[in-house]
Design a protein around this ligand. Structure first.
Ligand SMILES: *[C@@H]1O[C@H](CO)[C@@H](O)[C@H](O)[C@H]1NC(C)=O
Ligand SMILES: *[C@@H]1O[C@H](CO)[C@@H](O)[C@H](O)[C@H]1NC(C)=O
Ligand SMILES: *[C@@H]1O[C@H](CO)[C@@H](O)[C@H](O)[C@H]1NC(C)=O
Ligand SMILES: *[C@@H]1O[C@H](CO)[C@@H](O)[C@H](O)[C@H]1NC(C)=O
Ligand SMILES: *[C@@H]1O[C@H](CO)[C@@H](O)[C@H](O)[C@H]1NC(C)=O
Ligand SMILES: *[C@@H]1O[C@H](CO)[C@@H](O)[C@H](O)[C@H]1NC(C)=O
Ligand SMILES: *[C@@H]1O[C@H](CO)[C@@H](O)[C@H](O)[C@H]1NC(C)=O
Length: 831
């Protein structure tokens, strides 16, 4: 404990300290300012405080909120926002500013008012020679013998009597030897620290589980410890900010957490007004607390919302569903959305004849309430099953520890309460008892379902093939009857015709004011983009290919063919094209909010994009890219994903643009080699920038860079403020290693930011920018990771931590066309 350090420090200053002490004793019985302890002969009156050795916490009298009442409490000393973390006399305020605290002759702590009545007191476990009261750097106020620093020997400590806050190092739970329960209880409200009826602790009924109560009723159940965390609390997962552990043995049962970087400030608090438990993190730059996570998260977290034997699925409507093999106990109440009676087995268990009973496996569940459960850590799943089958009251079993292959045995001996479904890698497997015939029938039904689905898909596929067979994609033009036929040779050498609306040059000239400078939107790799308005008022974006570009025509055809076929809400839509003489143009839907880079990198505008909008963009771009990589009929690698190629529609939803450089791969070809490297420095994967090797994983790299840029509001390239050429990736990696990744988050998102979500995005982005393409996730992995709460692999050191590489590459490149403020490399000969 920090205590140790304090003491050694103190020792060094002992003579000085004694001198001071004697001085104080001579003149008054009060404490001097800036001390962390008082001894038996001293007192702590109004106006005096104790400050912990390192200056983290302060202890003294205060009035909470708008209350005039005086309380003795502990708050953070080193932050400007008064935040109380502990209150001594929470239920017994003093009215006058004339009370004081002292250690009485018995060695107990007494808070005494002016009349000498004891308002509050703390009993010492035993009588000590020379007791002192000390405020430790951890925020723990301890009564101990002056000569004994062993935490085990503390005579009393505030950490044993939590109020509404759990601090790092505090234990939530039970000392089984003394019967002491450490439970966190909310304040009644912001002005009144007296105990509300909303609390958080560990239930030791049956198999221990984390629980929140409203009065004596269960409110939210975090569930039993399953080795990696608690079954019902997937939000509590390995993260770079804090560590946590759960200890359960014959002596004690508790949960505790620890900050990985001691310079961080974080607390968990119960709030009666909101009925939530919140984890806050202090953000130094913003001088404010930010919410990291809060529970309950949704309706399915309400304790046993759906009654026994049913499953709460938040995405379903209604959210309550009987578990497979079960039916509503009362169909009538169930239909009225009164789920309290829950569900019962459709087929009664035979029980007498165990050979007729079996277990059905359910996945992705929160373990049911373990109040009537039993655990044996040394049994395996098969032994668990056999043991459960033997006793008819055993309703279900599961692994008690899900790490690795899973181990241990957890059995339920009551109706299954408070189950919910987790999606995307959260939740566990539970084996639920039912009649073997019911399991068989379900299998049969499933087979039937599979057959039906197969039949349906065969029909759908045939229809699709029929239409594809006709090889016609027809897009009706509003403005013209003319159609462009573009021939495209498939890899098999087949011919493919595409119909695409074609615009007159005159129409385009009129729409864009003859390509006036004021209508210019920007410049891409192969040309300039203009905004235009058609005669009917429709706004369009016109990409005019530069005539000088030698590759122009091919690129153009490539883009036309590709985009015409691609339909996804996160891809920009091609309306038509225009070819006349030397002029080649693409006509897109117009995006009123322009490109992402024009907003996120602009200090004033970036405030428009709060966290939920940014997260929406992050997810949208991921889905668009996934569609290009996997879901579209062609496998397309974008090769130039960057912030300026992500356009925003009127709702600020993202649309990926600029497929001119995209490369198609036939069939399942996922990699290619090119002697023409196209792309943008800062976004290019190392194997692509250096060797010209591209794959879906090089797009993933670019996506990772984009993700970092969206979270931080800073550009990867041109990031370095110093001479060391560190880019955004390098900066992110350093912060990640030092356990301070929150500093990466764009400060302008101050209060909108869901820190745990942003942190997950940073984590994912670091996985995307790994040096080795095989270490990077696929876009479908990314989409799953963004949408779930399951654990993520630890990133290794990413590629391209500095900007130096690009200078080396520059020297060998043949041609660099400089456009806008980025450099698009259009030609680069690999070595
Ligand atoms: C102290 O005693 C006086 C006289 O008995 C009484 O009026 C007053 O309310 C008491 N104050 C407190 C804080 O108990
Ligand atoms: C609970 O949260 C509300 C809303 O954020 C806040 O006003 C109130 O002060 C909080 N209660 C406590 C005891 O901090
Ligand atoms: C807290 O930190 C200490 C030392 O830094 C470590 O020994 C301990 O295991 C940590 N506790 C938790 C819960 O991670
Ligand atoms: C168990 O067996 C007895 C007699 O063999 C029978 O009467 C009873 O109904 C059976 N119970 C169940 C639950 O099947
Ligand atoms: C747990 O299971 C093992 C193996 O079946 C057994 O030897 C042991 O006695 C069990 N422990 C308890 C506490 O029941
Ligand atoms: C079945 O389990 C319950 C709960 O553990 C226990 O009370 C009961 O004695 C067991 N019955 C048998 C036959 O072992
Ligand atoms: C903790 O964070 C501070 C800055 O907030 C940093 O200077 C320090 O290196 C970090 N410590 C560790 C161990 O990462």
């Amino acid at each position: 404990m920090d205590n140790q350090d304090n003491q050694s420090l103190k020792k060094n200053h002992l003579p000085l300290f004694l001198l001071l002490l004697s001085k104080i004793l001579l003149f008054s019985q009060h404490v001097s300012s800036e001390t962390d302890s008082i001894s038996m002969s001293q007192q702590l009156p109004e106006g005096k405080t104790l400050v912990s050795q390192g200056g983290s916490f302060e202890f003294g009298f205060f009035s909470p909120g708008s209350s005039e009442n005086r309380y003795l409490g502990i708050w953070y000393h080193n932050i400007p926002v008064r935040t109380a973390v502990w209150v001594a006399n929470r239920a017994n305020p003093v009215k006058e500013k004339s009370s004081m605290l002292h250690i009485n002759n018995e060695g107990n702590l007494d808070l005494v008012n002016q009349n000498g009545s004891v308002i509050w007191s703390a009993k010492s476990t035993k009588k000590a020679q020379s007791p002192i009261l000390q405020l430790l750097e951890s925020g723990n106020l301890v009564l101990r013998d002056e000569t004994d620093q062993d935490p085990e020997q503390f005579l009393w400590q505030s950490f044993d009597y939590p109020c509404d806050t759990l601090l790092p190092g505090m234990k939530l739970g039970w000392d089984l030897k003394t019967g002491l329960e450490r439970r966190v209880t909310a304040w009644k409200n912001g002005d009144d620290p007296s105990p509300g009826d909303f609390s958080w602790g560990i239930s030791i009924l049956g198999v221990p589980q984390v629980m929140m109560w409203k009065g004596s009723d269960e409110f939210y159940r975090g569930g039993p410890w399953i080795g990696i965390g608690f079954s019902g609390a997937p939000e509590l997962k390995t993260n770079p900010l804090f560590e946590f552990k759960f200890v359960s043995n014959n002596d004690e049962v508790y949960y505790t957490f620890n900050l990985t970087n001691k310079s961080m400030i974080s607390r968990v608090v119960m709030n009666q007004t909101l009925l939530t438990r919140q984890r806050y993190i202090w953000i130094q730059d913003a001088k404010s607390w930010r919410l990291y996570a809060s529970v309950p998260r949704d309706n399915c977290d309400s304790y046993s919302l759906c009654g026994p034997n049913s499953n709460c699925i938040i995405a379903d409507s209604p959210v309550c569903q009987c578990l497979t093999g079960f039916e509503p106990k009362s169909q009538q109440s169930w239909d009225m959305m009164d789920w309290t009676q829950g569900c019962i087995l459709t087929d009664k268990l035979s029980c007498n004849d165990t050979s007729k009973d079996g277990f059905m496996k359910f996945s992705g569940l929160k373990y049911p309430d373990t109040s009537h459960s039993w655990v044996n850590q040394s049994m395996n799943l098969n032994q668990c099953r056999d043991e459960c089958l033997k006793n008819c009251s055993c309703k279900a079993y599961a692994n008690s520890d899900v790490r690795g292959e899973g181990s241990g045995c957890l059995m339920w001996f009551s109706e299954l309460q408070d189950i919910r479904q987790f999606s995307g890698g959260g939740g566990q497997d539970v084996y639920i008892r039912m009649k073997s015939s019911a399991i068989g029938r379900r299998g049969h039904n499933m087979n039937l379902a599979v057959i039906l689905i197969s039949l349906a898909s065969v029909i759908v596929v045939s229809l699709v093939l029929y239409f594809i067979g006709k090889r016609i994609i027809s897009l009706r033009a509003k403005n013209t009857e003319k159609k462009l036929l573009v021939e495209k040779h498939d890899d098999e050498g087949d011919k493919e015709d595409l119909e695409l609306p074609i615009f007159d040059l005159a129409t385009i000239v009129k729409a864009t004011g003859d390509f006036s400078f004021s209508n210019k939107l920007g410049e891409g790799g192969f040309g300039t983009v203009y905004m235009g308005t058609l005669a009917d008022g429709q706004e369009i974006a016109v990409k005019r290919l530069s005539r000088s570009s030698g590759q122009g025509l091919n690129e153009f055809k490539n883009e036309v063919i590709l985009i015409a076929k691609l339909q996804h809400r996160n891809l920009v839509k091609l309306l038509g094209c225009c070819i006349q003489g030397d002029e080649k143009m693409l006509v897109y839907e117009y995006m009123p909010n322009k490109s992402l880079d024009s907003i996120i990198f602009d200090h004033a505008k970036s405030k428009v994009l709060d966290w939920s909008k940014r997260f929406n963009i992050i997810c949208g771009v991921a889905r668009g890219l996934l569609y290009l990589h996997q879901d579209s009929r062609l496998r397309i690698i974008h090769r130039d994903l960057k912030a300026s190629n992500v356009l925003l529609d009127s709702e600020l939803s993202p649309k990926i643009s600029d497929f001119g450089m995209a490369k198609t791969c036939g069939g399942d070809q996922t990699e290619g080699n090119t002697n023409r490297v196209v792309g943008t420095y800062g976004y290019m994967a190392p194997e692509y920038a250096i060797h010209g090797l591209f794959s879906v994983k090089s797009d993933v790299f670019s996506y990772g860079v984009l993700l970092l840029e969206i979270v931080s509001g800073k550009k990867n390239r041109g990031f370095s403020q110093s001479k060391n050429y560190i880019n955004l990736i390098g900066h992110a990696w350093i912060l990640w290693k030092e356990n301070r990744p929150l500093e990466l988050i764009d400060p302008c998102m101050e209060n909108s930011c869901d820190l745990s979500e942003a942190l997950r995005c940073i984590h994912i982005s670091l996985l995307c920018v790994q040096q080795n393409p095989e270490d990077r996730p696929t876009m479908s992995n990314v989409v799953v990771m963004l949408g779930s709460e399951g654990p993520l692999p630890q990133p290794k050191e990413p590629a391209f931590l500095t900007e130096k590489y690009s200078f080396e590459v520059d020297s060998s490149s043949k041609q660099i066309s400089s456009s806008t403020n980025e450099i698009s490399v259009t030609m680069l000969e690999p070595r």
